[in-house]
Ligand binder design. Structure first.
Ligand code: AMP
Length: 443
């Protein structure tokens, strides 16, 4: 990353940072933010057991939904910048609330978060701006869904309109399965989130993630990434929150990225402005590269996990200044962050049974892991009575490595994974297979 930050350094106060969230994403953000010498302290609400292993970090136990208590704490701690990680507080308007109290916040308001918390709204938004995406139907009753599902020649994708913790997308193989999925939603499986569903034409192609940091007016792009959502090797099995990722995605040539900017990124930013949405935060573009060009699968109003853990080690110490500039509407759009010498890869260690039922509270042993260009970001951990590290989630640890090429990255990641153990630990051995020249798989 190289941009002239000297002028801002003398004016910007960034001593105390607050990050909201408790996953690998927030820990990796904290890790990237602590690199800057302006930052003295990073508070995480609530963070997890791994947060305390990160330089300058401290956890705070307080309910972020209790806005008045939160405000009191932020004022007491003299917080200079708030970074909101997860979608739920954004959808609940936490960024709006803190802005009315004059805090600098990285994260969109409720209006911008709608890109994620209403899939039907996002589809209509794309339609309005002529942004390429799969054809869709917004449906408000099972009867309507039934008619569309059985009059379609191919099985449609079924999506819950509202937030569903990554579990609201069904990819059926038959029209009966499709109807079954719609029925389960209307039977209340997702509460109010499922009052509206989106039926979508199934499109095909490799997927890629792009992140734009926006200040309401301008944007800059972070390195692209590809993740593996399926639980099992060969991209089989149920969808998960993500089993691993790599960055940047070699799939995107400079020309193709330019096409994505013209057809998708700029129209999105312009449409937000047209709708008077002052978007100060990150927009995640989940794209599919189809035969007829790039199409948006979904927007998120936050960093993706595990892409964030993968990308953050590629950021230099001025990353936090970018977040601050976004929060203030001060991006020049000229900041250059495409100057990497290394590439990055991440493998997630999960609990047996994830994404369904799994045990928690199992002791984790971490042996001698590399200290250079290798990070272990806790995704779901806690500290036991005797200070021991315990599993506390489906996704437990993110093992992230950087090297000159992807073969070396994943060699290093899997070598370091051998140093980690907990009962029932599961991970995919083929993360990044698309970019590993030395990867051989029998089909
Ligand atoms: P989403 O939560 O919308 O990102 O969907 C989760 C995953 O479902 C995506 O990463 C895709 O792999 C798949 N998916 C979603 N929509 C479509 C679609 N229209 N066609 C094909 N696959 C899709």
């Amino acid at each position: 990353m190289s941009f002239n930050s000297t002028s801002s350094k003398s004016f910007v106060r960034l001593e105390n940072i607050l990050i909201i969230g408790n996953g690998g994403r927030e820990n990796s953000l904290a890790w990237a933010i602590q690199k800057n010498e302006l930052v003295k302290k990073i508070y995480l609400i609530p963070g997890n057991a791994g947060s305390e292993r990160i330089n300058k970090c401290e956890r705070i136990v307080i309910d972020p939904n209790n806005k008045n208590k939160l405000l009191e704490k932020l004022e007491f701690l003299n917080i200079d910048l708030v970074v909101i990680g997860p979608e739920i507080p954004l959808a609940n308007g936490l960024a709006d609330f803190l802005r009315t109290k004059d805090f600098k916040v990285f994260g969109p308001g409720k209006d911008g978060a709608k890109l994620e918390y209403s899939k039907s709204w996002a589809k209509e938004f794309m339609h309005d701006a002529n942004i390429p995406t799969a054809n869709f139907w917004k449906v408000t009753s099972l009867e309507e869904a039934k008619n569309i599902i059985y009059s379609s020649l191919t099985p449609l994708i079924v999506k819950v309109d509202g937030l569903a913790s990554g579990k609201g997308v069904f990819i059926p193989d038959t029209r009966d399965e499709c109807f079954k999925a719609a029925k389960s939603i209307y039977n209340g499986k997702f509460g109010d989130s499922g009052n509206v569903i989106v039926l979508e034409e199934k499109i095909q192609g490799p997927e890629v993630s792009i992140f734009a940091l926006c200040d309401g007016e301008r944007y800059i792009l972070l390195p692209s990434a590809q993740d593996h959502k399926r639980l099992n090797e060969k991209d089989k099995g149920p969808n998960t929150g993500g089993m691993g990722a790599y960055s940047p995605a070699p799939l995107l040539t400079k020309d193709y990225l330019e096409r994505i900017i013209q057809e998708i990124i700029e129209p999105t930013i312009n449409e937000l402005k047209k709708k008077n949405i002052d978007y100060k935060g990150v927009i995640y573009f989940g794209l599919m590269i189809t035969e007829s060009g790039p199409k948006v699968i979904e927007y998120n109003c936050r960093f993706g996990d595990p892409e964030c853990q993968t990308i953050m080690p590629l950021m230099d110490k001025d990353f936090v200044l970018l977040l601050e500039k976004c929060s203030m509407g001060n991006l020049s759009g000229e900041e250059k962050i495409d100057n990497y010498e290394k590439v990055s890869g991440c493998v997630i260690a999960t609990s047996k049974g994830y994404p369904n039922e799994y045990k928690t509270g199992l002791p984790i042993k971490i042996g001698e892991t590399d200290s250079i260009d290798c990070q272990i970001f806790d995704s779901g951990t806690s500290i036991g009575k005797n200070g021991e590290l315990l599993t506390n989630g489906g996704r437990v640890l993110s093992i992230v490595c950087q090297e000159k090429d992807f073969d070396k990255v994943f060699e290093k990641a899997y070598k370091n994974l051998k140093e980690i153990y907990f009962v029932g630990m599961y991970f995919r051995n083929d993360i990044g297979y698309q970019v590993r020249k030395n990867f051989y798989r029998e089909n």
